[in-house]
Design a protein around this ligand. Sequence first.
Ligand code: SF4
Length: 248
Amino acid sequence: MPPSDPKRARSKPPAAPWKPPSRARVLRVRDRLRDVYGIPLMRPHGHPIAELVLTVLSQSTNDRNRDVAFLRLRTRFPSWEAVRDAPVAEIEEAIRPGGISKVKSVRIQAILRAISDDPRRPISDRSPHGLSLDWLPRAPLLQARDYLVALPGVGRKTAACVLLFAYGLRDVPVDTHVSRVGARLHLLQGGAPLQRLHDQMLALTPPGQELELHVNLLRHGRRTCHARSPACSRCALARMCPSRALFR
Ligand code: SF4
């Protein structure tokens, strides 16, 4: 349909194409977030399989229900091998508080079986019944990431969670909060596919500050830059945010 006022339609400037942020801008945003939220201190926990399972359990639920489901699973089964080999109905029952347990129980077992069966695992790491990803931090980073995203239902975000939280390796999970806040601050390209957002996030993050940027953008999304009604009037980043005017 033609615009009712062609002159006005012509005078509206086209949206500027997204450009990767300069290093100086990234550092300004990082510093402002650091002023508000500090520098997160979380040591890598060294449990990649637990991280994978936890990420599956976190889908479509809150942190509390996820943690209850995870604890029940760990209490009822003595090992990940036992989780893998149990009747699926028992897994489903154990993780029921985490929601959509029918889907999640199948997915968890599929991942555990794929880890057991994968012929690409180094020979030294294979045992007939054992489940281990201890070789991951010794592999080249891209190989480790490719391995993880080839597991059933595992995408870039989950792979990044495993690499960063379990081993402190260089990757940055882009979840719903990080992608929203990053896009509003024009650090990330709004609407880009998740794969590309992860590449952009990785490119802009100073080495060694993966955890800090991830956690502080996430905190900002939870506490201030909400999805529906961001609290721009009390936002510490308002003066450097190109999206502020959109929410007046
Ligand atoms: S000014 Fe508003 S849109 Fe920008 S980061 Fe702050 S809360 Fe989010």
